[in-house]
Design a protein around this ligand. Structure first.
Ligand code: PGA
Length: 249
């Protein structure tokens, strides 16, 4: 059975002290149940945040990792380093990484494999930009991202992946995909997985929605049969809002 998962991507927000306070507040407020809640602070916060969370369903993710294993890559953080902080997950392929830092499907495929080799679960982000949706190409764009990023994985490795569908036009814009748009795409992604890896694995794959998900629209989005939670940006910076979204199942 697939899991419901809500992850909070803090992006480049919060000093270390502010981050610790936010993590403590989420830890205090989060409901302990079978749904998974993940905090994704900046790299340098991970170790300290790990010390202040203790709910059994609350975990940590990095927002990225390097595409190389180790060595002379100034400023990079490897998958092994992320794992050594107590993080269990890593966001890969966020649209901000793809567009501002030139991360291609090929680079992301390397990162996915390094993450898996280091026992990190990738939260793999995909999604189309507005022009692609308006041109009716959104399904094809997402298909290519999934195929090139993930479809050379073994069945066993694919079974560890979380997918986050984030229409780029909805990220940070206050413009959310309608529940129907989200459901259509999530079902499409699940069908692609079924064709490649079979129905069982497709059914077991968590597919999150991301893009201006807030306490007041999360319930409607998560009520869709193929929407298994959310990757939350802006609304994850306030403990009350984030926990309200995590409670929206
Ligand atoms: P947002 O960001 O919730 O602020 O739209 C989502 C994301 O980028 O993951």
């Amino acid at each position: 059975m697939r899991k419901n998962i809500v992850a909070g991507n803090w992006k480049m927000n919060k000093t270390l002290q502010e981050g610790i306070e936010l993590a403590k507040a989420v830890n205090d407020q989060v409901t302990e149940n079978d749904d998974i809640v993940i905090l994704c602070p900046p790299f340098i916060h991970l170790t300290e945040v790990a010390k202040v969370i203790n709910k059994k369903n609350l975990f940590l993710a990095a927002q990225n990792c390097a595409s190389e294993e180790s060595g002379a890559y100034t400023g990079e953080v490897s998958a092994a380093m992320v794992k050594s902080t107590c993080a269990d997950y890593v966001i890969l392929g966020h649209s901000e990484r793809r567009s501002y830092y030139g991360e291609t499907d090929e680079i992301l495929n390397k990162k996915v494999k390094l993450a898996l080799a280091n026992d990190l679960v990738p939260i793999f982000c995909i999604g189309e930009v507005l022009e692609e949706r308006e041109a009716g190409k959104h399904l094809d764009v997402v298909k290519t991202q999934v195929e090139k990023g993930l479809f050379d994985l073994s069945k066993e490795d694919f079974g560890k992946i979380i997918i986050a569908y984030e229409p780029v036009w909805a990220i940070g814009t206050g413009k959310t995909a309608t529940p129907d748009q989200a459901q259509e795409m999530h079902k499409y992604i699940r069908d692609l997985i079924a064709q490649k890896y079979g129905d069982q694995l497709a059914n077991d794959t968590t597919i999150q929605y991301g893009g201006s998900c807030k306490p007041d629209n999360a319930k409607e989005l998560f009520a869709n049969p193929d929407v298994d939670g959310g990757l939350i940006g802006g609304a994850s910076l306030k403990a009350g809002d984030f926990v309200a979204i995590a409670n929206a199942f």
